[in-house]
Design a protein. Sequence first.
Lengths: 260, 259
Amino acid sequence: MASTVVQVDKLTKKFPAPGGGEEFVVLDAVSLDVKEGEFASLVGPSGCGKSTLLNVIAGIEVENGGSVTVHPATESPDGAIHVGYVFQSARLLNWLTVEDNIRFALEAQGVPREQWRDRVTKYLEMVGLGGQEPNYPLNLSGGMQQRVAIARALAIEPDVLLMDEPFSHLDEITARKMRIDLMDILERAKTTILFVTHDLREAVYLSDDVYMMSTKPARIFRHVQVDLPRPRQPEDPRLFDMEKELVREFFSVLEQTQDQ
Amino acid sequence: MTMRLYMRLASMVTLVVVWWLASLLTPPEVLPSPYRILQTMGKILVELGPEGNTAFFHIGITLFRIVIAFVAAMLAGIGIGLAMGLRRTVEFSLMSLIPLFLTIPTILMVFLAVLWFGFSETGSLVAVMAVVTPFVTVNMAEGTKAMDKSLMDMGKAFKASKQMMLRKVYIPQLMPYLMSAFRYAFGMTWKIVALAETFGIKFGIGYMFFFWFESFDMEQVLAWVLLFVILMLIIEYGVIARFEQRAFAWRRTFSAAAL
């Protein structure tokens, strides 16, 4: 039985309304568990608070109620908690080389300096960008920039890797290639993932667990497990069936909330 | 590249030729030829002038005044600008004062500063600060507000220290604003210092303009002007441009790997 890495318990987050009106509830008592080595997805319509959930887990934002706990992975050598984050856009520092961008994360996380070189090489090669160390981000395509961002997040050898619609800014062909490669990378890096997307097909293709979120009120209404063997084929009809079923559920929930 | 160089040279040569042709048509007291000016310039650099000093003495004094005033105005502007960009209370309290300073004509500001603080180092320093600091402030405040919040969140997500954020996230983003403020501030500073010297602050290049202007010696006036221009061009292209090139190297590097 794998241990829990991320434990989100009745998490509530509110934002003050613009103009000082009633507070806007972004997350309403959301609970979920991500087990070690698992790929969990959070699916929901735009603006349902998925990114906010990741931001609270990463410590960018502070919760108003409930709790978030990240447990160090069992084999974590230094006992410190490392949370990797891949954003919707690459968010690289354009004035630093690819190597220095990854070093930024390593330095910030207190990784010993003597490991930096090896880690940069290892993870750049893993994302297929070996040899790009001295290049600047602006010389890279959007897809390559996002690969650097993935390498940066993996290089800190995170207990959990948060990914916020990381392929939504890419064209579909690049995105598809990235999904296939991501599967491959994770096979090797053995990282626990919490992945946010609004694309159900992407979610079922990538995940072991899918959490479906509704908007207004923002809560998780369904948790499904995808019990399909890996490696998976993107064209697998079982994935289509599952996607169709989940889309149907989404619409019924959406209609219910609109009727209220 | 070479094309651009030729065009530049051609325009310079044209200017000198036009000047020379004009000097043929006017009496030398009004417009001496370029060659004569060059000769005079060489002379003031080595021979002792009316105050018993060579031009280097005046250059030194003017440069000293420029550097002091420039550094003071930049530091004040950066500090206030950052505070305005980061704190809304500071922004609101200073917002209405800045246009006031920005609209006062520069020459008037120099007059006032010299009247209030005398024909002294303080006079020119105050004049520079009154004109340059508000501009730098506005620039820095805008730069601070334009910083990319998504990069700040990235730094926060990876738990970067304050010091790391400043060095690797904030300052690089402020650099373009800092550089444009730097350029403008430098250009304004030397103009104001020269103006204040012309109004009567003892010694310096501006002081020499006025000295020779009063004795109707056009040759000397133009020689000093040319000297001043050359000096500022050296600083502009030799120091500032080079610094800029280094600071923004990341924007210009292209490599075959990206193709």
